[in-house]
Each structure stands twice: as C-alpha cells, then as structure tokens.
Design a binder for this molecule. Structure first.
Ligand code: GDP
Ligand code: IMO
Ligand code: MG
Length: 423
C-alpha cells in the first residue's frame, strides 16, 4: 500500500488540519513529517474547536495510530500546553495510547525559542515574522549535528548534553544580544516538561510505518506550513526552516518515494500570509479587512492578523509542480460568498513579459498581477451535495481545474468536519 500526503499549496493555514481530520478514517496512521509548534491546525467537530500545534490532526480518531515523525522538531513545553488545553475540553490524549513519537525527532529547547526571538528583533525591518517557536535555531542545531533527539532521553548523559547545549545558547545570547538569562530555572523547567514523554511510546517510527504499508495498511502524511514557505523553494529568506514539500514526507518519515501515492494539495479560494515576504496578489484596499473578518484570518498560533490576497494561479502552478499534486482540495469558498466579485490572478506581467508560473520571487512591486473576475455565489455553508452547488461556484471551480490540470476532489464550505462537498 501507499502513503498519501496532505499538504498546503500556499503560505500555510489552508485548512490542512480539517482535511486530515476528515480523511483520516480511511487510513491506519496519520504522521506529521516536519515542522514544530509553529503550526496551528484547527479542527471543528461536535460544536468544539481545537487547535493542534504539535499533535497530528488524526489524534481524535482513536482507531488509528498518530505519529510524530523524525522530521519534526518537538517542543515538550508546547506539547504539555496542548495536552492541558485538550484535557480542559474533555480530551485526555495521554490515556489514548495512539501516539507514537520518533526517537529521531529533534527537541526544541527553551533557549532555541529565545534565540529565535532575539534574532528576529535584530533583523529589524528585514525580520521574517517568525512565530518565535524556536524552529530555525532547533533545525540549525540539527544541521550542525549538535541537536538533541527524543531518543537521547533514554541515554544516561541526556541531562548533561541538554545543559551543555543550553549553556552554548546562553553564551550566544550574551555575546550577540547582550541578554543574560536564568539558565538554571530554564533548565529545571525543561527537565520537568520532558517527563511528559514518559507517557508516550518513543520508538523508531520508520519500521512501524513500513510494517503498516507492507501489511496492507495506508498512511496519511500530514504537512505543516506550506509549499511557499519551503526552505529551498519558498520565498527565501521569508520561509520556514524545513522541507514542506511531498519530498519532505519521504525524508521526514523514512518512506521511500515510490511508496508515495496520492498527493492532496490543499488551497484556499483566496490567499493569506501571516509573516513578511512577497505577496503579489495582496489586497491593499478595504477588501483586505473585509476578507480577514469574513474568513477569521488571524493566526491560529500567534493570533496575528493574516495578510489577505486573491488566488494566485502562477504560484499555485509552481506548488503543484514541486509536489506532484494528484488531487486538489479547495477550502473556504464560503468566505467569498459575501464578496461582490471574486478575482483570480491568471498570470503576472514582469517588465512587460507574461509570467504564468512563479519560479523566481520577483518583488511584489515589479510583478503586476492580471486578474480574471468571477461572479460570487450565495451562502454555501449548508451544502453537502455537489448537485446543490451554485452554478457560479461550479464555473469558478471548473475554471480552476482547467487552468491547473488537476481535479478538485473536495470543496470545503465551512470549518466544521461535516462541511465538505465531494465532487
Ligand atoms: P491549517 O494550518 O492549514 O490547518 O489551517 P488553520 O487551522 O491555521 O486555518 C484555517 C482556518 O480556517 C481555521 O480557522 C479553520 O477552522 C478554518 N476553515 C477550514 N476550512 C474552512 C472552510 O472551508 N470555510 C471556513 N469558513 N473556514 C474554514
Ligand atoms: P500551519 O501549519 C502560516 C510562517 C511565519 C513566518 C515564517 C517563518 O498552521 O500552516 P517560523 O516560525 O517557521 O520560523 O516562521 O513562516 N509560518 C506559518 N505561517 N502557517 C503556519 O503553519 C506557519 N508556520 C510558520 O509566520 O512568516
Ligand atoms: Mg495554521
């Protein structure tokens, strides 16, 4: 059997969490393959709304395994906060025994978060807009081969290694940013939080995943962030620090490329971006506030207002190419119901030349987006059958499918698990 992938095709927050929650019933395991607590994946069901940053979005399906894969950077303080928040909603994940954590996943230390914060402050005008969850410093230590992995917890020198690395970070903070930190308190707190891991199965997850596939089971790999935030192919340096692409699922989970099946590319009917960096179709007039409010476009993690813009086909084509997307899922079409018209950027003009596919990020002020206008549609929140979709929405979706050359298999018409139309 194969592992399918769900990933975002824009700048994150496309609704990946909801889609994984909806699809996971057909799988034996859901596995997060990269990123850390910079992610915020919102699920709505039974009148409840939950935001997951660390846990995979299949966690509420107790029949299946949920895996935090080797490519993830794990912040145990964030995990603890998430477990507490879920418990206050009546979900005691700690008892469920359906979570496996890769021994090869790297740990985010509290000093990584401090380094992230001060590095951003120092960038001033050129700051990335990081979530300040310690992601870049944690991946940097992994690449420098200084990182500490979940499996190291089982070694006798674990505490010593953590303390040494935190001491290194404290020196950097002092030298680079003149910041003095209370290392002892941070270290003790970290050692307290790390105990949470003793309640979960820490294991080499790649043989487990391989066994599921060989035994005829299916796996759903869950992406975080999104294609245009990919470390290599996103709008560098305004990117995250991991490989967000379908190829990242192979590396992050230890699954060979030929075992990847469907690649579900999730995109919003418009665009949002929460950090800094190029955004050629960004709306600069009053519509941006309207769209932000209609779509509740505020960061799930940082609560920052998201920048909003119209759907960008040249960027979407690039994302489809990079990931080998086989099926598309469009979300938040309901949000556009209240807009007078809907715009889609079909191509850009850069120095008078037509550009149909983004592969170099040109400055937003040099790329002129060319838009095609569509009529909006009425309220679609209650629709569950494709035959009930308004003609104007069908025209819009059919146009996108034709332009992108990939079928749109689901239309999401609201945040709840049930608000899906299969085509
Ligand atoms: P993710 O990071 O890709 O999982 O997405 P987020 O959870 O950060 O942001 C998506 C937001 O849109 C969340 O508030 C979801 O509850 C919500 N959402 C998902 N799909 C839909 C949809 O089809 N319509 C509306 N109105 N909201 C949606
Ligand atoms: P989900 O999984 C949207 C953005 C940050 C910043 C850049 C780098 O919910 O889609 P980082 O903290 O990774 O160093 O920040 O990436 N960013 C996200 N934007 N959704 C996310 O995750 C994001 N994770 C990081 O805003 O611009
Ligand atoms: Mg999100």
């Amino acid at each position: 059997m194969k592992a399918d992938v769900v990933l975002g095709l824009q700048w994150g927050d496309e609704g990946k969490g909801k889609i994984v929650d909806v699809l996971c019933d057909r799988y034996q395991a859901v596995a997060r393959y990269h990123g850390g607590s910079n992610a915020g994946h919102t699920l709505e069901f039974n009148g409840q709304k939950v935001v997951l940053s660390v846990l995979p979005s299949g966690i509420f399906n107790r029949k299946i395994r949920n895996v935090i894969g080797s490519g993830v950077v794990l912040d145990v303080a964030a995990l603890r906060r998430e477990l507490n928040a879920l418990e206050s909603l009546g979900h005691r994940v700690i008892d469920w025994q359906n979570l496996l954590i890769s021994k090869k996943a790297h740990l985010v230390l509290p000093t990584h978060c401090l380094l992230d914060r001060f590095a951003e402050e120092r960038l001033g005008e050129r700051k990335i807009g990081s979530t300040q969850k310690g992601i870049a410093p944690a991946y940097a230590d992994k690449i420098l081969r200084k990182g500490i992995r979940v499996g190291d917890l089982l070694q006798p020198d674990f505490a010593l290694r953590c303390r040494k690395l935190m001491e290194d970070h404290a020196k950097q903070l002092q030298l680079l940013f003149s910041e003095e930190i209370d290392l002892e308190t941070l270290f003790q707190k970290f050692m307290e939080n790390i105990n949470i891991l003793s309640q979960f199965t820490l294991i080499d997850t790649e043989p487990v995943l391989q066994e599921i596939l060989n035994g005829g089971g299916r796996i759903l790999a869950e992406g975080a962030q999104a294609t245009l935030l990919d470390l290599d192919y996103g709008s560098y340096p305004f990117v995250t620090s991991s490989s967000t692409l379908s190829g990242g699922a192979c590396v992050g989970l230890g699954i060979a490329p030929q075992r990847i099946g469907e690649v579900y590319g999730v995109f919003k009917a418009y665009c949002t971006r929460v950090g800094n960096g190029p955004f050629p179709t960004e709306i600069k007039n009053g519509d941006t506030k309207k769209l932000r409010e209609l779509g509740n476009e505020f960061g799930a993690v940082t609560k920052r207002p998201r920048r909003t813009g119209w759907l960008d086909l040249p960027a979407l084509k690039y994302a489809i190419m990079l990931n080998g997307v086989t099926k598309l899922i469009i979300t938040k079409v309901d949000v556009l119901s209240a807009m007078e018209t809907v715009q889609v950027c079909t191509h850009y003009l850069v120095d008078g030349k037509r550009m149909d596919l983004v592969s170099t990020w040109v400055d937003s002020d040099k790329a002129t987006p060319v838009f095609k206008e569509f009529k909006s549609w009425g309220n679609v929140n209650g629709i569950r059958e494709k035959s009930q979709l308004p003609v104007t929405l069908i025209d819009y979706v059919t146009f996108l499918e034709k332009e992108l050359g990939i079928p749109i298999v689901y239309v999401s018409v609201g945040p709840d698990r049930t608000q899906m139309v299969e085509r």
